[in-house]
Design a protein around this ligand. Structure first.
Ligand code: DHB
Ligand code: FE
Length: 281
């Protein structure tokens, strides 16, 4: 049977891609951000995931405003990446895990989630940067199953619905008959707003409360409407819904999780960056 080993939430700001490309990790601006990752690399070296289920939001690469699924699951054998306009280098293609993709798709539809299945799919910075941050040496040691949650074009799914989706994804993985070690990754956030009169909005107090809730009270954020989350965390801060899905997925492995490591640093670009690695009991 598949084994759920843990979950990781991480920011995906495009500028990270350029910082890696230019080797700026030790610069004073970047060091407090990149210093968060080595303890997680150490954990990954012992936890040895085979497959990553990646919760992320597409930013206009694979889906554009003309066609915007609320939830979409990749079912490709390979995922090429491209830059949707940030000027960051594309990463090498990453292998898919079609058998797990179809396990997820079948289970989700059976549980009455009306998802879009994608047998061809381009992945953007929100999918590739977490991989690059977690495995900086290149050559991906994992395959992926992308799970896209719309946080780009309103109406967005409610936090409670995202939690339910994450829980269903966890159940689907737990029921997968293959002897594979599965890691959930959540890509996005935390608080940030890139445009409008509140551009630059950051809410450290809320971010830390949210991160803490993932350990102590995973459903805490489901009390908020999407508009309340936007108000607290910013228009793009709603990406924290990915983290909620990741934590909900972990419930399939048991009621509690152990914190491996966390980091919180602001700002990078206009964003409060965060990293949280959780291990199942
Ligand atoms: C930034 C943050 C994001 O989440 C994103 O998708 C694009 C840009 C930023 O802070 O620059
Ligand atoms: Fe984003």
């Amino acid at each position: 049977m598949a084994k759920i080993i843990g979950g990781i939430g991480t920011s995906h700001i495009p500028a990270i891609g350029n910082a890696i490309h230019k080797g700026l990790q030790a610069e004073p601006y970047w060091k407090p951000f990149f210093d968060g990752y080595p303890p997680v690399h150490d954990w990954l070296a012992t936890a040895r995931p085979d497959v990553v289920v990646m919760f992320y939001n597409d930013h206009g690469l694979n889906f554009f405003l003309d066609k915007m699924p609320t939830f979409a699951v990749g079912a490709a054998a390979q995922y090429a990446s491209a830059d949707e306009g940030w000027g960051i280098p594309a990463q090498p293609p990453v292998g898919g895990e079609p058998a797990l993709s179809w396990q997820l798709i079948n289970t989700l539809v059976d549980l009455e989630f009306d998802i879009v299945s994608c047998q061809e799919m381009l992945v953007d910075h929100a999918c590739t940067l977490p991989l690059k941050l977690l495995w900086p040496q290149g050559d991906w040691p994992v395959t992926i199953v992308p799970v896209c949650i719309n946080t780009v074009q309103f109406p967005l799914p409610k936090a409670s619905r995202v939690y339910a989706l994450g829980k269903a994804v966890g159940e689907a993985v737990a029921a997968w008959g293959e002897d594979q070690r599965v890691l959930f990754v959540a890509s996005g956030g935390l608080s940030h707003q890139l445009d409008g009169t509140r551009a630059g909005h950051i809410n450290k107090r809320f971010d830390l409360q949210f991160m803490d809730s993932l350990l102590t009270n995973p459903e805490w954020a489901t009390q908020f409407s999407v508009h309340e989350i936007v108000e607290k965390a910013g228009t793009q801060g709603v990406e924290l819904l990915m983290w909620l899905a990741m934590r909900a997925a972990l419930t399939a492995a048991g009621p509690s999780v152990r914190k491996v490591h966390s980091n919180y640093h602001l700002p990078i670009s206009n964003t409060a960056t965060a990293l949280l690695a959780l291990e199942t009991a």
